[in-house]
Design a protein around this ligand. Structure first.
Ligand SMILES: CC(C)[C@H](C(=O)O)[C@@H](O)C(=O)O
Ligand code: SF4
Length: 462
Protein backbone atom coordinates (compact mmCIF):
# COMPACT_ATOMS: atom_id res chain seq x y z
CA UNK A 1 0.00 0.00 0.00
CA UNK A 2 1.22 3.51 -0.78
CA UNK A 3 1.75 5.70 2.22
CA UNK A 4 0.81 9.25 3.01
CA UNK A 5 3.29 11.55 4.75
CA UNK A 6 1.20 11.15 7.89
CA UNK A 7 1.31 7.31 7.63
CA UNK A 8 5.08 7.42 7.37
CA UNK A 9 5.56 9.53 10.50
CA UNK A 10 2.97 7.46 12.37
CA UNK A 11 4.60 4.16 11.43
CA UNK A 12 8.05 5.43 12.38
CA UNK A 13 6.76 6.36 15.85
CA UNK A 14 4.43 3.48 16.59
CA UNK A 15 5.99 1.45 19.41
CA UNK A 16 3.16 -1.07 19.71
CA UNK A 17 -0.55 -1.48 19.08
CA UNK A 18 -2.52 -1.49 22.35
CA UNK A 19 -5.40 -3.75 23.33
CA UNK A 20 -7.99 -0.96 23.12
CA UNK A 21 -7.25 -0.39 19.43
CA UNK A 22 -5.03 2.65 19.95
CA UNK A 23 -1.28 2.82 19.26
CA UNK A 24 1.53 3.69 21.61
CA UNK A 25 3.35 6.58 19.94
CA UNK A 26 6.87 7.76 20.69
CA UNK A 27 7.05 11.49 21.39
CA UNK A 28 10.20 13.28 20.22
CA UNK A 29 9.64 16.78 21.59
CA UNK A 30 7.45 18.19 24.36
CA UNK A 31 6.93 21.94 24.57
CA UNK A 32 5.52 23.48 27.74
CA UNK A 33 4.30 27.03 28.27
CA UNK A 34 3.71 28.63 31.63
CA UNK A 35 -0.10 28.50 31.46
CA UNK A 36 -0.72 24.77 30.95
CA UNK A 37 2.79 23.29 30.99
CA UNK A 38 3.53 24.54 34.51
CA UNK A 39 0.51 22.57 35.73
CA UNK A 40 1.80 19.33 34.16
CA UNK A 41 5.29 19.85 35.60
CA UNK A 42 3.93 20.53 39.06
CA UNK A 43 1.79 17.38 38.96
CA UNK A 44 4.82 15.26 38.01
CA UNK A 45 6.78 16.86 40.82
CA UNK A 46 4.03 16.27 43.38
CA UNK A 47 3.81 12.62 42.35
CA UNK A 48 7.57 12.29 42.87
CA UNK A 49 8.05 11.03 39.29
CA UNK A 50 11.05 11.79 37.13
CA UNK A 51 11.20 13.15 33.59
CA UNK A 52 12.20 10.59 30.98
CA UNK A 53 14.25 12.82 28.69
CA UNK A 54 14.82 16.37 30.02
CA UNK A 55 16.81 17.37 26.91
CA UNK A 56 13.66 16.98 24.80
CA UNK A 57 11.36 19.05 27.01
CA UNK A 58 11.36 22.79 26.32
CA UNK A 59 9.87 25.42 28.64
CA UNK A 60 8.68 28.77 27.36
CA UNK A 61 7.05 31.89 28.80
CA UNK A 62 4.49 33.42 26.47
CA UNK A 63 0.84 33.31 27.54
CA UNK A 64 0.65 35.26 30.76
CA UNK A 65 3.63 37.55 30.88
CA UNK A 66 3.08 41.24 30.15
CA UNK A 67 4.39 42.63 26.89
CA UNK A 68 5.36 46.07 28.28
CA UNK A 69 8.92 47.25 27.77
CA UNK A 70 10.02 46.95 31.39
CA UNK A 71 8.25 43.74 32.25
CA UNK A 72 9.05 41.47 35.16
CA UNK A 73 7.41 38.40 36.69
CA UNK A 74 4.47 40.58 37.73
CA UNK A 75 1.61 40.35 35.23
CA UNK A 76 -1.81 41.81 34.54
CA UNK A 77 -3.33 38.36 35.10
CA UNK A 78 -4.36 37.80 38.71
CA UNK A 79 -2.21 34.90 40.01
CA UNK A 80 -0.22 35.00 36.74
CA UNK A 81 3.04 35.51 38.61
CA UNK A 82 2.56 32.13 40.33
CA UNK A 83 2.37 30.35 36.96
CA UNK A 84 5.53 32.08 35.73
CA UNK A 85 7.54 31.37 38.85
CA UNK A 86 6.34 27.80 39.23
CA UNK A 87 7.27 27.10 35.58
CA UNK A 88 10.75 28.55 36.06
CA UNK A 89 11.33 26.61 39.27
CA UNK A 90 10.35 23.32 37.63
CA UNK A 91 12.55 24.01 34.60
CA UNK A 92 15.52 24.67 36.87
CA UNK A 93 14.79 21.67 39.10
CA UNK A 94 14.59 19.22 36.19
CA UNK A 95 17.28 20.92 34.13
CA UNK A 96 14.98 21.64 31.17
CA UNK A 97 15.90 24.16 28.45
CA UNK A 98 14.03 27.38 29.36
CA UNK A 99 13.21 30.45 27.25
CA UNK A 100 12.66 32.84 30.13
CA UNK A 101 10.88 36.20 30.48
CA UNK A 102 13.78 38.45 29.56
CA UNK A 103 15.90 36.11 27.43
CA UNK A 104 16.93 37.10 23.91
CA UNK A 105 15.31 33.89 22.66
CA UNK A 106 11.94 34.35 24.42
CA UNK A 107 8.76 34.33 22.37
CA UNK A 108 5.50 32.56 21.54
CA UNK A 109 6.07 28.82 21.64
CA UNK A 110 5.01 28.19 18.02
CA UNK A 111 7.25 31.00 16.79
CA UNK A 112 10.39 30.07 18.72
CA UNK A 113 10.28 26.32 18.18
CA UNK A 114 10.98 26.71 14.42
CA UNK A 115 13.46 29.54 15.08
CA UNK A 116 15.42 27.24 17.36
CA UNK A 117 14.91 24.19 15.09
CA UNK A 118 13.31 22.35 17.99
CA UNK A 119 10.71 21.15 15.49
CA UNK A 120 12.25 19.18 12.61
CA UNK A 121 10.69 17.25 9.71
CA UNK A 122 9.41 13.81 10.63
CA UNK A 123 9.34 14.38 14.40
CA UNK A 124 6.37 14.02 16.74
CA UNK A 125 5.96 17.28 18.64
CA UNK A 126 3.35 17.89 21.32
CA UNK A 127 2.41 20.84 23.50
CA UNK A 128 -0.60 21.46 25.74
CA UNK A 129 -1.75 24.15 23.35
CA UNK A 130 -4.22 23.88 20.49
CA UNK A 131 -2.14 25.82 17.96
CA UNK A 132 0.72 23.31 18.00
CA UNK A 133 -0.56 22.44 14.51
CA UNK A 134 1.36 25.56 13.32
CA UNK A 135 4.54 23.50 13.47
CA UNK A 136 3.19 20.92 11.03
CA UNK A 137 4.36 23.40 8.38
CA UNK A 138 7.81 21.79 8.84
CA UNK A 139 6.66 18.27 7.99
CA UNK A 140 6.38 17.24 11.64
CA UNK A 141 3.39 15.59 13.24
CA UNK A 142 2.72 18.32 15.80
CA UNK A 143 -0.48 18.47 17.78
CA UNK A 144 -2.09 19.98 20.86
CA UNK A 145 -2.65 17.82 23.93
CA UNK A 146 -4.12 18.29 27.42
CA UNK A 147 -2.14 18.86 30.62
CA UNK A 148 -2.72 15.25 31.77
CA UNK A 149 -1.36 13.90 28.50
CA UNK A 150 1.59 16.25 28.93
CA UNK A 151 2.26 14.64 32.33
CA UNK A 152 2.16 11.21 30.67
CA UNK A 153 4.53 12.30 27.91
CA UNK A 154 6.90 13.87 30.44
CA UNK A 155 7.27 10.66 32.40
CA UNK A 156 7.15 8.10 29.56
CA UNK A 157 8.05 9.90 26.27
CA UNK A 158 4.94 8.24 24.82
CA UNK A 159 1.22 8.81 24.31
CA UNK A 160 -1.48 6.34 23.41
CA UNK A 161 -3.54 7.51 20.47
CA UNK A 162 -6.14 6.21 18.07
CA UNK A 163 -4.93 6.92 14.58
CA UNK A 164 -6.86 9.86 13.07
CA UNK A 165 -8.17 9.78 9.50
CA UNK A 166 -6.30 11.57 6.74
CA UNK A 167 -7.46 14.40 4.50
CA UNK A 168 -5.53 16.09 1.71
CA UNK A 169 -6.41 19.67 0.87
CA UNK A 170 -4.88 20.65 -2.44
CA UNK A 171 -4.71 24.40 -3.00
CA UNK A 172 -4.84 25.24 -6.68
CA UNK A 173 -4.85 28.36 -8.86
CA UNK A 174 -2.92 31.56 -8.21
CA UNK A 175 -3.79 34.02 -5.49
CA UNK A 176 -4.55 37.57 -6.62
CA UNK A 177 -2.34 40.41 -5.41
CA UNK A 178 -2.99 41.20 -1.77
CA UNK A 179 -4.42 37.75 -0.98
CA UNK A 180 -2.28 36.13 1.72
CA UNK A 181 -2.15 32.76 3.49
CA UNK A 182 -4.43 34.25 6.17
CA UNK A 183 -7.05 35.20 3.58
CA UNK A 184 -6.82 31.73 2.05
CA UNK A 185 -7.18 29.84 5.32
CA UNK A 186 -10.11 32.00 6.43
CA UNK A 187 -11.82 31.35 3.10
CA UNK A 188 -11.16 27.63 3.51
CA UNK A 189 -12.72 27.64 6.99
CA UNK A 190 -15.70 29.56 5.60
CA UNK A 191 -16.11 26.88 2.97
CA UNK A 192 -15.53 23.77 5.14
CA UNK A 193 -17.12 25.14 8.37
CA UNK A 194 -15.58 25.31 11.83
CA UNK A 195 -16.21 21.57 12.30
CA UNK A 196 -15.14 20.60 8.78
CA UNK A 197 -12.15 18.40 9.61
CA UNK A 198 -13.04 16.77 12.95
CA UNK A 199 -10.89 13.67 13.41
CA UNK A 200 -8.58 14.33 10.46
CA UNK A 201 -4.92 14.99 10.01
CA UNK A 202 -4.85 17.42 7.09
CA UNK A 203 -2.02 17.49 4.58
CA UNK A 204 -1.89 20.81 2.74
CA UNK A 205 -0.51 20.27 -0.75
CA UNK A 206 -0.50 21.62 -4.29
CA UNK A 207 1.14 24.45 -6.20
CA UNK A 208 -0.09 27.27 -3.94
CA UNK A 209 1.47 25.62 -0.89
CA UNK A 210 4.71 24.88 -2.73
CA UNK A 211 4.95 28.55 -3.70
CA UNK A 212 4.38 29.78 -0.13
CA UNK A 213 7.33 30.71 2.04
CA UNK A 214 7.66 28.97 5.42
CA UNK A 215 5.99 31.76 7.37
CA UNK A 216 2.92 31.69 5.11
CA UNK A 217 2.82 27.89 5.51
CA UNK A 218 2.85 28.37 9.28
CA UNK A 219 -0.09 30.79 9.06
CA UNK A 220 -1.96 28.20 7.00
CA UNK A 221 -1.29 25.30 9.39
CA UNK A 222 -1.91 27.51 12.45
CA UNK A 223 -5.61 27.78 11.68
CA UNK A 224 -6.22 24.08 10.92
CA UNK A 225 -7.50 23.67 14.46
CA UNK A 226 -10.08 26.37 13.71
CA UNK A 227 -11.76 23.93 11.34
CA UNK A 228 -11.31 21.23 13.98
CA UNK A 229 -8.50 19.24 12.37
CA UNK A 230 -6.49 17.00 14.70
CA UNK A 231 -3.54 18.75 13.10
CA UNK A 232 -2.12 19.76 9.72
CA UNK A 233 1.19 19.17 8.00
CA UNK A 234 3.08 19.99 4.81
CA UNK A 235 5.76 17.90 3.10
CA UNK A 236 9.20 19.41 3.77
CA UNK A 237 11.26 20.86 0.91
CA UNK A 238 14.36 23.01 0.44
CA UNK A 239 12.53 26.05 1.90
CA UNK A 240 11.88 24.05 5.06
CA UNK A 241 15.54 23.09 5.39
CA UNK A 242 16.75 26.65 4.74
CA UNK A 243 14.46 28.01 7.47
CA UNK A 244 15.70 25.51 10.05
CA UNK A 245 19.38 25.28 9.19
CA UNK A 246 20.73 28.04 11.46
CA UNK A 247 18.63 27.00 14.46
CA UNK A 248 20.75 25.95 17.45
CA UNK A 249 18.95 22.60 17.81
CA UNK A 250 19.33 21.64 14.13
CA UNK A 251 21.75 18.80 13.36
CA UNK A 252 25.11 20.16 12.19
CA UNK A 253 27.72 19.31 9.53
CA UNK A 254 27.54 15.81 8.08
CA UNK A 255 24.49 14.99 10.17
CA UNK A 256 22.60 17.91 8.65
CA UNK A 257 23.31 16.73 5.11
CA UNK A 258 22.27 13.22 5.98
CA UNK A 259 19.10 14.49 7.67
CA UNK A 260 18.08 16.61 4.65
CA UNK A 261 18.50 13.59 2.39
CA UNK A 262 16.22 11.52 4.62
CA UNK A 263 13.68 14.32 5.00
CA UNK A 264 13.18 14.52 1.24
CA UNK A 265 11.54 11.09 1.46
CA UNK A 266 8.92 12.55 3.80
CA UNK A 267 6.13 13.02 1.32
CA UNK A 268 2.97 11.24 0.33
CA UNK A 269 3.55 8.65 -2.37
CA UNK A 270 1.98 9.27 -5.73
CA UNK A 271 -0.91 6.86 -5.35
CA UNK A 272 -1.33 7.26 -1.60
CA UNK A 273 -4.97 7.07 -0.58
CA UNK A 274 -6.49 9.65 1.77
CA UNK A 275 -9.77 9.17 3.63
CA UNK A 276 -10.88 12.45 2.12
CA UNK A 277 -9.58 14.65 -0.71
CA UNK A 278 -10.53 18.29 -1.19
CA UNK A 279 -9.40 20.66 -3.91
CA UNK A 280 -9.73 24.36 -3.22
CA UNK A 281 -9.12 26.97 -5.92
CA UNK A 282 -7.74 30.23 -4.57
CA UNK A 283 -7.80 32.25 -7.82
CA UNK A 284 -11.07 34.08 -7.23
CA UNK A 285 -10.43 34.90 -3.56
CA UNK A 286 -10.37 38.46 -2.25
CA UNK A 287 -9.01 39.60 1.14
CA UNK A 288 -11.02 37.83 3.86
CA UNK A 289 -12.44 39.12 7.12
CA UNK A 290 -14.61 37.64 9.84
CA UNK A 291 -17.88 39.35 10.73
CA UNK A 292 -19.01 37.09 13.62
CA UNK A 293 -17.84 35.09 16.60
CA UNK A 294 -16.42 31.99 14.90
CA UNK A 295 -13.63 31.86 12.31
CA UNK A 296 -16.19 30.30 9.94
CA UNK A 297 -18.15 33.58 10.01
CA UNK A 298 -16.08 35.03 7.21
CA UNK A 299 -16.71 37.01 4.06
CA UNK A 300 -14.71 38.74 1.38
CA UNK A 301 -13.99 42.20 2.75
CA UNK A 302 -15.97 43.83 -0.04
CA UNK A 303 -19.10 41.71 0.56
CA UNK A 304 -22.06 42.79 2.71
CA UNK A 305 -22.62 41.36 6.19
CA UNK A 306 -24.76 38.24 5.67
CA UNK A 307 -28.26 37.72 7.05
CA UNK A 308 -28.75 35.51 10.07
CA UNK A 309 -29.63 31.95 9.13
CA UNK A 310 -30.35 30.63 12.65
CA UNK A 311 -30.29 31.71 16.28
CA UNK A 312 -26.52 31.37 16.57
CA UNK A 313 -25.77 33.61 13.59
CA UNK A 314 -28.37 36.09 14.90
CA UNK A 315 -26.61 36.04 18.26
CA UNK A 316 -23.27 36.63 16.49
CA UNK A 317 -24.65 39.63 14.58
CA UNK A 318 -26.12 41.12 17.78
CA UNK A 319 -22.95 40.48 19.73
CA UNK A 320 -20.83 42.11 17.04
CA UNK A 321 -23.21 45.09 16.79
CA UNK A 322 -23.64 44.65 13.04
CA UNK A 323 -26.62 45.00 10.71
CA UNK A 324 -27.08 42.51 7.92
CA UNK A 325 -26.52 43.97 4.47
CA UNK A 326 -24.06 46.61 5.70
CA UNK A 327 -20.55 46.77 4.31
CA UNK A 328 -17.93 46.24 7.02
CA UNK A 329 -16.06 49.18 5.51
CA UNK A 330 -18.78 51.39 7.07
CA UNK A 331 -17.71 50.40 10.59
CA UNK A 332 -15.18 52.31 12.69
CA UNK A 333 -12.69 50.41 14.76
CA UNK A 334 -11.38 51.12 18.25
CA UNK A 335 -8.21 49.05 18.01
CA UNK A 336 -5.83 47.26 15.67
CA UNK A 337 -3.64 44.37 16.77
CA UNK A 338 -0.72 42.77 14.92
CA UNK A 339 0.59 39.72 16.76
CA UNK A 340 -0.04 36.08 17.81
CA UNK A 341 1.26 32.73 16.60
CA UNK A 342 -0.75 33.26 13.40
CA UNK A 343 0.86 36.46 12.09
CA UNK A 344 3.69 37.92 14.19
CA UNK A 345 6.75 36.81 12.27
CA UNK A 346 9.21 39.02 10.45
CA UNK A 347 7.53 38.67 7.04
CA UNK A 348 4.16 39.66 8.60
CA UNK A 349 5.71 42.77 10.16
CA UNK A 350 7.56 43.68 6.96
CA UNK A 351 4.37 43.52 4.88
CA UNK A 352 2.39 45.57 7.39
CA UNK A 353 5.20 48.13 7.66
CA UNK A 354 5.17 48.66 3.89
CA UNK A 355 1.59 49.88 4.21
CA UNK A 356 2.15 51.93 7.37
CA UNK A 357 5.33 53.70 6.21
CA UNK A 358 5.00 57.51 6.26
CA UNK A 359 1.36 57.40 7.40
CA UNK A 360 -0.42 57.87 10.73
CA UNK A 361 -2.81 55.74 12.74
CA UNK A 362 -6.30 57.32 12.76
CA UNK A 363 -7.27 59.41 15.80
CA UNK A 364 -8.90 57.40 18.54
CA UNK A 365 -7.51 54.03 17.39
CA UNK A 366 -5.28 52.04 19.75
CA UNK A 367 -2.76 50.29 17.52
CA UNK A 368 -0.38 47.66 18.89
CA UNK A 369 2.33 45.43 17.42
CA UNK A 370 3.54 42.48 19.46
CA UNK A 371 6.36 40.67 17.64
CA UNK A 372 6.23 36.88 17.99
CA UNK A 373 9.69 36.54 19.50
CA UNK A 374 12.67 38.54 20.69
CA UNK A 375 14.46 37.35 17.56
CA UNK A 376 11.71 38.76 15.35
CA UNK A 377 11.76 41.97 17.36
CA UNK A 378 15.55 42.33 17.06
CA UNK A 379 15.44 41.68 13.30
CA UNK A 380 12.65 44.23 12.85
CA UNK A 381 14.63 46.80 14.83
CA UNK A 382 17.67 46.12 12.67
CA UNK A 383 15.57 46.87 9.59
CA UNK A 384 14.01 50.03 11.11
CA UNK A 385 10.53 48.48 11.09
CA UNK A 386 9.97 49.42 14.74
CA UNK A 387 10.50 53.10 13.83
CA UNK A 388 7.96 52.89 11.01
CA UNK A 389 5.35 51.53 13.40
CA UNK A 390 6.21 53.92 16.24
CA UNK A 391 6.24 57.01 14.02
CA UNK A 392 2.80 56.03 12.73
CA UNK A 393 1.48 55.82 16.30
CA UNK A 394 1.65 52.05 16.97
CA UNK A 395 2.84 50.72 20.32
CA UNK A 396 5.87 48.47 19.87
CA UNK A 397 5.79 45.70 22.48
CA UNK A 398 7.84 42.78 23.75
CA UNK A 399 6.84 39.26 22.60
CA UNK A 400 4.01 37.17 24.04
CA UNK A 401 0.45 36.06 23.37
CA UNK A 402 -0.73 39.39 24.74
CA UNK A 403 -4.11 40.53 23.45
CA UNK A 404 -4.72 37.40 21.45
CA UNK A 405 -5.99 35.89 24.66
CA UNK A 406 -7.84 37.84 27.38
CA UNK A 407 -7.38 35.00 29.89
CA UNK A 408 -3.65 35.76 29.84
CA UNK A 409 -4.26 39.20 31.33
CA UNK A 410 -3.77 41.87 28.64
CA UNK A 411 -6.96 42.98 26.92
CA UNK A 412 -8.88 45.59 24.99
CA UNK A 413 -11.77 47.59 26.47
CA UNK A 414 -15.46 46.75 26.87
CA UNK A 415 -17.18 46.08 23.52
CA UNK A 416 -14.27 47.52 21.57
CA UNK A 417 -14.20 46.71 17.87
CA UNK A 418 -10.77 45.25 17.14
CA UNK A 419 -9.24 44.36 13.81
CA UNK A 420 -6.71 41.66 14.54
CA UNK A 421 -4.22 39.26 12.94
CA UNK A 422 -5.05 36.56 15.52
CA UNK A 423 -6.90 33.28 14.96
CA UNK A 424 -9.92 33.37 17.29
CA UNK A 425 -12.85 35.78 17.39
CA UNK A 426 -14.88 34.06 20.11
CA UNK A 427 -16.98 36.16 22.48
CA UNK A 428 -14.73 38.10 24.89
CA UNK A 429 -11.59 36.52 23.37
CA UNK A 430 -9.63 39.78 23.45
CA UNK A 431 -11.33 41.51 26.38
CA UNK A 432 -14.77 41.98 27.92
CA UNK A 433 -17.36 41.64 25.11
CA UNK A 434 -14.75 42.66 22.53
CA UNK A 435 -15.76 42.49 18.87
CA UNK A 436 -12.86 40.88 17.02
CA UNK A 437 -12.50 40.83 13.25
CA UNK A 438 -9.83 38.39 12.04
CA UNK A 439 -7.81 39.51 9.02
CA UNK A 440 -4.35 39.60 7.43
CA UNK A 441 -1.59 41.94 8.64
CA UNK A 442 -2.16 44.02 5.49
CA UNK A 443 -5.84 44.57 6.27
CA UNK A 444 -5.11 45.32 9.93
CA UNK A 445 -2.45 47.87 8.96
CA UNK A 446 -4.69 49.62 6.44
CA UNK A 447 -7.64 49.69 8.86
CA UNK A 448 -5.51 51.16 11.65
CA UNK A 449 -4.65 54.06 9.34
CA UNK A 450 -8.22 54.66 8.18
CA UNK A 451 -9.95 54.04 11.52
CA UNK A 452 -12.35 51.84 9.56
CA UNK A 453 -12.27 48.31 8.24
CA UNK A 454 -10.62 48.57 4.86
CA UNK A 455 -8.48 46.44 2.54
CA UNK A 456 -4.94 47.63 1.79
CA UNK A 457 -5.81 47.96 -1.91
CA UNK A 458 -8.64 50.40 -1.07
CA UNK A 459 -6.23 52.56 0.91
CA UNK A 460 -4.24 53.24 -2.25
CA UNK A 461 -7.38 54.56 -3.98
CA UNK A 462 -7.92 57.33 -1.40
C1 LIG B 1 -3.99 28.60 26.98
C2 LIG B 1 -3.99 27.60 25.88
C3 LIG B 1 -4.34 26.28 26.46
C4 LIG B 1 -4.87 28.00 24.70
C5 LIG B 1 -4.89 26.93 23.60
O1 LIG B 1 -4.78 25.74 23.81
O2 LIG B 1 -5.03 27.23 22.47
C6 LIG B 1 -4.44 29.31 24.08
O3 LIG B 1 -3.18 29.25 23.50
C7 LIG B 1 -5.44 29.76 23.06
O4 LIG B 1 -5.06 30.13 21.95
O5 LIG B 1 -6.64 29.75 23.38
S1 SF4 C 1 -0.73 33.62 20.41
FE1 SF4 C 1 -2.89 33.25 20.88
S2 SF4 C 1 -3.46 31.46 19.70
FE2 SF4 C 1 -1.23 31.53 19.77
S3 SF4 C 1 -0.68 30.24 21.50
FE3 SF4 C 1 -0.83 32.35 22.25
S4 SF4 C 1 -2.94 32.58 23.00
FE4 SF4 C 1 -2.87 30.72 21.74
Amino acid sequence: MSHTLFDKIWDQHCIAPLKDGSDLIYIDRLLLHERTGSVALKAVEEDGRSIANPAHVFCVMDHILDTYEDRSDQTTMPSGTDFIQSHRMSAVKYNLPLFDVNDETQGIVHVISPEQAIVLPGLTVVCPDSHTCTQGAFGALAWGIGSTQAEHALVTETLSLTKPNSMRITLEGSPQDGVTAKDIVLALIGSLSAGGAVGYVVEFAGPVVEEMDMEARMTLCNMAVEFSAFTALIAPDQKTFDYLKAGPYAPKGKEWKEACKNWLALKSEENAVFDQEITFDVSALLPSITWGTSPEHMIALSSPVPSATDSSTQRALDYMGLNEGDLLTEYSIDAAFIGSCTNSRISDLRRAATIIKGRKVADGVTAIVVPGSMKVRAQAEKEGIDKIFKEAGFEWRKPGCSMCFYAGGEHFGFQERVITTTNRNFESRQGPKTRSHLASPETVAASALMGKIIAASMLEDL
